[in-house]
Design a protein around this ligand. Structure first.
Ligand code: SF4
Length: 327
């Protein structure tokens, strides 16, 4: 199999398949890792004899289990995420005990990136957080930071590990600190951390060694501008995400009721994947997204405002602007 920096736990996967006598197995991988899906398929089917089916659908989080595939296999291996609190709401899925989460822990040493990030830290104390791929290495980073004169606080999390963050769950970053030091890749998590904690975020990518800064005022200003555009809306579409773990029909119906009470027109629209071309055709003035709360940021420059539930509550006059980004 292609050499890479993650632990795919193939030994554990093969053992489980044999132990359960699973004849048909599903694989679900996040976009960036899909390139190795066929290698995993080849290796496990050759050694276990199981028929492997790869999900070609998107896979953004543990909230996003491919349930159709799950119903057609004996075991489903979901890579890159931990079983989270949001997914636990989906009791019928878990009862089947068919879904196994492979966390994809990274073997890359995070210390060089953390050391490089220290030059950007202005305060004395940082909240130290990471995605699940690097969370096991946070203690080492904490010791390194202490040696370099910075105190690190690894906060308790509502997720599986202390210091772990998701794009929509930042409880481990709510600690007494001057700034946040995030270890991981991409802008999705650090942008959300800045938006929701109101703190400056230093993001250290251990793979590329790139250090990036996210200022909370900048992140919030972008959202305030979109909310302001929604203030004139007379007709609103409330999007109900159909992905497992993102389905909030009750909330959407309640929101529609409140919207109509305020004298606006409101419609409920379901979507598996929310994309600009799917929104484009609807004759409404604004969209309210009740699925993944972070999705709205992908539509900042869309011609019609796309806002979250809390942001819409500001439009309805039920929430103060400054309370939009409470965790
Ligand atoms: S940020 Fe969105 S995709 Fe990620 S776990 Fe949360 S709801 Fe799911």
């Amino acid at each position: 199999m292609e050499k890479n920096s993650y632990d795919f736990e193939l030994g554990k996967i093969k053992e489980l398949i044999k132990e359960r006598g699973a004849g048909r197995v599903g694989l679900q991988l996040p976009e960036g890792i899909k390139r190795v899906a066929t290698d995993i398929d080849t290796e496990i089917s050759k050694e276990t004899g199981a028929e492997v089916i790869i999900s070609g659908n998107s896979c953004y989080g543990a909230c996003d289990i491919d349930e159709k595939l799950m119903r057609n296999v004996d075991l489903l291996f979901h890579f890159g995420h931990t079983d989270t609190f949001s997914f636990k709401k989906r009791k019928p899925v878990l009862k089947e005990k068919k879904v196994f989460f492979i966390e994809l822990r990274s073997g890359v040493d995070i210390k060089p990136a953390v050391e490089k990030a220290v030059a950007e830290i202005k305060g004395d104390t940082v909240g130290l957080v990471a995605t699940v791929q690097h969370v096991h290495a946070l203690k080492e980073a904490e010791i390194l930071l202490a040696r370099l004169g910075k105190k690190a606080v690894i906060g308790k999390s509502r997720l599986k590990y202390d210091g772990q963050v998701l794009g929509c769950e930042f409880s481990s970053a709510v600690v007494p600190c001057d700034e946040i030091l995030f270890v991981g890749s991409g802008s999705f998590h650090p942008a959300g951390l800045a938006l929701y904690t109101g703190k400056r975020v230093i993001a250290a990518d251990p793979f590329t060694m790139q250090i990036s800064i996210y200022e909370p005022e900048e992140q919030r200003k972008k959202r305030y501008l979109v909310i302001a555009r929604a203030l004139d809306a007379k007709t609103v579409a409330i999007i109900v995400g159909m992905k497992s773990g993102q389905f909030e029909l009750g909330k959407a119906i309640e929101l529609k009721r409140k919207t109509v009470e305020k004298g606006l027109n409101a419609y409920l629209i379901t979507m598996d994947e929310i994309s600009e071309d799917k929104l484009f055709g609807f004759k409404v003035d604004a969209f309210v997204n009740t699925a993944c709360p972070r999705l709205v940021e992908d539509f900042t420059h869309f011609k019609k405002p796309v806002i979250s539930i809390k942001e819409f509550e500001v439009v309805l006059g039920e929430r103060r602007w400054e309370d939009c980004f409470v965790l």
